[in-house]
Design a protein around this ligand. Structure first.
Ligand SMILES: [Zn+2]
Length: 250
């Protein structure tokens, strides 16, 4: 793992120097350790967060004051309960961990934090905790957007939400040795509500769901369509997108 710009590789003196710059921006990665179908490793979300950061760092100027906090690797993944490989903490624990990390970064002197989240199950907790942080600390905090426009089919874009074509392609681009293509499969969450009015997200009506209700293997989407070439293009699109947001914040 590259230690470039990572707070965990710095001394207290170096951290105090970094925190003195009012423009300093700390990126807080949040991921998950959870089943990702029969063909992908359980660390996908955390590995992708690391890969996105690695790529965006190559786009920064040497003196851009951007620092990386120790990642929150285990997220709220109770929707994937029942599959071997899923480690999950409660919403309350995720809130406590995010709030505690931010409060301590504030004590060190940092005032600006951007969360880079790579696991959808964390999102509602991160949003409400960010509001709580804005109300109760002197820290400005936001959540970065890391999902670029893609050439996925409309069905995959809406319902390929876990270990499908998108995530499998991203993994093929950076860790092909960790992808078991022979086991890649396809399951759809929209078969229960085909009209599209009811969906897990981005629909007039949403519902709470558990992965095991829709897929025996853990895959949601069509992982058989994945390609390393698409994954490479999407990694660059994510890095460009994150870089634009970071430049705006600096
Ligand atoms: Zn994932």
């Amino acid at each position: 793992m590259s230690l470039e710009r990572q707070l965990l590789s710095m001394t207290p003196v170096q951290i105090a120097d970094a925190a003195r710059d009012p423009k300093s921006l700390v990126l807080l990665p949040t991921g998950a350790i959870e089943q990702h179908g029969p063909h992908l490793p359980i660390g996908v979300d955390s590995l992708l967060g690391h890969a996105f950061l690695k790529r965006v760092l190559t786009r920064l100027d040497n003196n851009d004051p951007v620092w990386i906090a120790p990642p929150i690797l285990v997220g709220k993944s109770n929707e994937h309960d029942g599959f071997p490989g899923t480690l999950s903490i409660s919403a309350e624990s995720l809130r406590d961990q995010m709030l505690g990390t931010v409060q301590q970064l504030e004590q060190w002197g940092f005032r600006r934090i951007a969360v880079l989240n790579t696991h959808g199950g964390n999102s509602p907790v991160l949003r409400t905790t960010a509001l709580e942080i804005a109300q109760t600390t002197t820290v400005e905090i936001g959540i970065l957007s890391s999902h670029p426009a893609t050439e996925l089919s409309e069905r995959e874009e809406r319902f390929g939400i876990h270990a499908g074509q998108y995530e499998t392609s991203l993994m093929l681009a950076i860790h092909p040795e960790l992808v078991d293509r022979k086991k890649a499969d396809c399951h759809w969450i929209d078969e229960r509500f085909p009209a599209g009015l009811i969906a897990p997200e981005n629909a007039p009506a949403t519902f709470a769901w558990k992965t095991a209700d829709f897929t025996p293997s853990g895959t949601l989407g069509d992982a058989t369509q994945a390609s390393a070439k698409d994954g490479e293009a999407w990694h660059n699109a994510v890095a460009d997108m994150l870089h634009r947001q970071i430049q705006t914040l600096l």
